[in-house]
Design a protein around this ligand. Structure first.
Ligand code: PLP
Length: 354
């Protein structure tokens, strides 16, 4: 039996998908409304050559760069933000280096750092889940080579003020700072316009959330051209598949679809917060397409009870950084109605007391 090198996580950081995803999937922050009909038309029109030839990403890269208002030298399309994280980490982290990120957060930052053999420095947020700004600053050392910040954060939905991100960029000029804007569309706050001022800044965006293309696997990383040139050397040349590349321009062109989904999330997010508060369930203000709810000791039982009704939510309560919490994605109005119909029974069966 081969032995993995030190630093390889003992357990997979990303849990497997629920075995039955036929129900109402409010567990992975996807767009349950689907995707643009323009994307579906494109998929139906694909030819054998679209499938049999290696994909060429330059033209989709031009379309995404134009959409974001950056140059193609600044942008790399990736197999989701997941790949962007791993490639960026492998470019700037080596054994002995430190990667800092707040917890709780998206687990791929730890995967990227571990894959590069670096040391992870986890900075806990308090129970209000506000960004631990001073603690992040205090964690910076001469070994800090990377910082990763999801903005808004997953699983909390919290947003970091721009001034704070700028302080961090300035405190660690020799560290690559990734601002992961996977949920950008739901909040409208971006650091893209700071790129000309800070060459250590990298911004990631995904097409998995508001655009509804999670299964196609497309995201991007944007940074200073001289640094992106290095990152590109480590990116597998065909990691973004041809089907995704063919669909991206269509997805970008359908503004109406994305705007409609974002408007729905904003409306339904407020309704979800209000519904949970009716039962005395604590939630935290979210700027993304999900809400974190405190179910205390009954977090796992709550998720199981909803699952019995075909509704999947993400139990994060076993993670000490968000003990007792369950993350609920915002779905379509009809899906949310099903959730609200199931809530009182589920809460009663777990013996919920606020
Ligand atoms: C903060 C954050 N970044 C990145 C991702 C993954 O994005 P992608 O599907 O583009 O790999 C997620 C997915 O949940 C996320 O929450």
């Amino acid at each position: 039996m081969l032995k993995a090198r030190d630093g390889v996580p003992r357990v997979p950081v990303i849990p497997p998908l629920t075995s039955n995803r036929g129900g109402i999937c409010l567990d992975l922050n996807e767009n349950t409304a689907g995707c643009s009909s323009r994307v579906l038309s494109k998929l139906r029109g694909l030819t054998a050559a679209d499938v049999s030839l290696y994909p060429e990403r330059a033209s989709a890269e031009r379309a995404v760069a134009a959409h974001l208002g950056v140059s193609t030298e600044q942008l790399l399309l990736t197999n989701g933000v997941d790949e962007a994280i791993v490639v960026l980490s492998s470019c700037f982290l080596a054994p002995g280096d430190e990667a800092i990120y707040p917890v709780p957060t998206f687990p791929m930052y730890s995967v990227g750092a571990c894959a590069a053999g670096a040391t992870t420095v986890e900075v806990p947020a308090g129970r209000d889940f506000r960004f631990p700004a001073e603690q992040m600053l205090a964690a910076v050392t001469p070994r800090t080579r990377m910082m990763a910040i999801a903005n808004p954060n997953n699983p909390t939905g919290a947003l970091v003020p721009r001034a704070m991100l700028v302080r961090l960029l300035e405190a660690a000029p020799d560290a690559a700072m990734l601002v992961d804007e996977a949920y950008y569309e739901f909040c409208g706050e971006s650091m893209l316009d700071e790129l000309p001022r800070y060459s250590n800044l990298f911004v990631a965006r995904t097409f998995s959330k508001a655009y509804g293309l999670a299964a196609l696997r497309a995201g991007c990383l944007v940074g200073a051209p001289e640094h992106m040139e290095l990152v590109r050397r480590l990116a597998p040349p065909f990691s973004v598949n041809g089907v995704a590349l063919a669909c991206l321009p269509e997805a970008l062109a359908d503004r109406e679809f994305v705007d409609g989904c974002v408007a729905n999330v904003r409306r339904e997010r407020a309704r979800l917060e209000a519904e949970l508060s009716k039962y005395g369930v604590r939630t935290w203000p979210s700027h993304a397409n999900f809400i974190l709810a405190d179910l205390g000791a009954q977090h796992a039982a709550f998720a199981v009870e909803l699952e019995k009704e075909g509704i999947y939510v993400r139990d994060r309560g076993g993670d000490p950084a968000c003990a007792g919490c369950v993350r609920i994605s915002v779905g379509t109005p009809a899906e949310m109605d099903r959730l609200y119909a199931a809530l009182p029974g589920a809460l009663q069966r777990i013996g919920w007391r606020p």
